[in-house]
Design a protein around this ligand. Structure first.
Ligand code: ATP
Length: 292
């Protein structure tokens, strides 16, 4: 087992005096195994990025636990040796005054100080070629001299050099054009075969479908359905998942009004952890109401 989330909740205090609260993540449990891509899908505001930040140790859960190989998710060098995040806007991940070479030199200083310079230079070039970048074209350049797609690849190359085991990829392809997007996805698929676990956060359902063995559907911070991607896309059990997957965008409607199944799977068949296992590995929340 690698990454495990166990009944994770995150409540933000908002307002001038912190008097009001927003529950961004509600009782979420799942895991990600080595070499597995799990996609986390949901509309804007469903809590995807909050979960990503919690997993990266950038924010603390209000309730529940997040562990990686049994160790708590805490920001720090030890944790980041194994777990790294890549975000939507690759420009924000780079210091604009550092050239690409400097970024890689910093990894060596922090994580691999014992590696001889010549060997490190060769490792950098190999990692760049692995992400289909020409080392001679990117080393020596500042971030603003590279495209969004090149910067995303540079971040993946950086993760490769760190030899991480889990990548949290938060909307990483949304700023890329269609062909670069497919290239980056293919790259992730390849890294997966090397044993990298990936949590692929996206609001774009087709992209999640392309890569992931398992899909988790998040709505207002709670998991409404999760299971093998083929099952969730091919036989969506929850009305909200069906809404998300339907070609007609009706998301502004209250899903309960849009489709009332008339039965409550959760109450009629019983469930563990708030989710019912309707088929092997395919879990669904109560289909009737949020408060059921
Ligand atoms: N630092 C914060 N303080 C207060 N509320 C927050 C904070 N971060 C997120 N939230 C709230 O938590 C909820 C979930 O936000 P989150 O950014 O995780 O959603 P998301 O699914 O990633 O959306 P998007 O796809 O638009 O990025 C939202 O209601 C948001 O307003």
């Amino acid at each position: 087992m690698m990454l495990r989330l166990d009944h994770v909740t995150k409540v933000f205090r908002i307002g001038a005096f912190g008097g009001r609260t927003v529950t961004a993540v509600k009782d979420v449990s799942f895991d990600v195994a080595p070499g597995e891509v799990v996609s986390l899908i949901g509309e804007s505001g469903s809590g995807k990025s909050t979960l990503g930040r919690l997993i990266l140790g950038l924010s603390r859960a209000t309730g529940g636990t997040i562990t990686f190989d049994g160790r708590p998710a805490r920001a720090g060098k030890d944790y980041y040796r194994d777990v790294q995040g890549i975000f939507q806007d690759p420009f924000s991940s780079f210091n604009p005054v550092f050239k690409a070479d400097r970024v890689f030199a910093m990894i060596k200083e922090s994580y691999h100080p014992g590696v001889p310079e010549g060997e490190w230079a060769e490792r950098v070039r190999t990692a760049l070629r692995d992400v289909r970048l020409n080392p001679d074209q990117v080393l020596g350049k500042f971030p603003h001299q590279l495209s969004g797609g090149q910067l995303q690849r540079l971040l993946i190359a950086r993760a490769l050099l760190l030899e991480i085991r889990l990548l949290v990829a938060d909307e990483i392809t949304s700023m890329l054009d269609a062909s670069t997007r497919i290239d980056v996805l293919n790259l992730l698929a390849e890294l997966k075969t090397r044993g990298l676990g990936v949590l692929y956060i996206t609001h774009d359902l087709s992209l999640g479908n392309y890569l992931a063995e398992r899909t988790i559907v998040l709505r207002e911070g709670a998991v409404v359905e999760m299971g093998p991607t083929g099952d969730v896309f091919g036989d969506p059990l929850h009305p909200y998942t069906r809404e998300l997957l339907s070609a007609v965008p009706r998301l502004h409607e209250d899903w309960a009004d849009a489709e009332d199944p008339g039965t409550c799977l959760y109450h009629e068949r019983g469930a563990s952890g708030g989710l019912l296992e309707a088929a092997p590995g395919h879990l669904v929340a109560c289909a009737r109401s949020k408060t059921c």
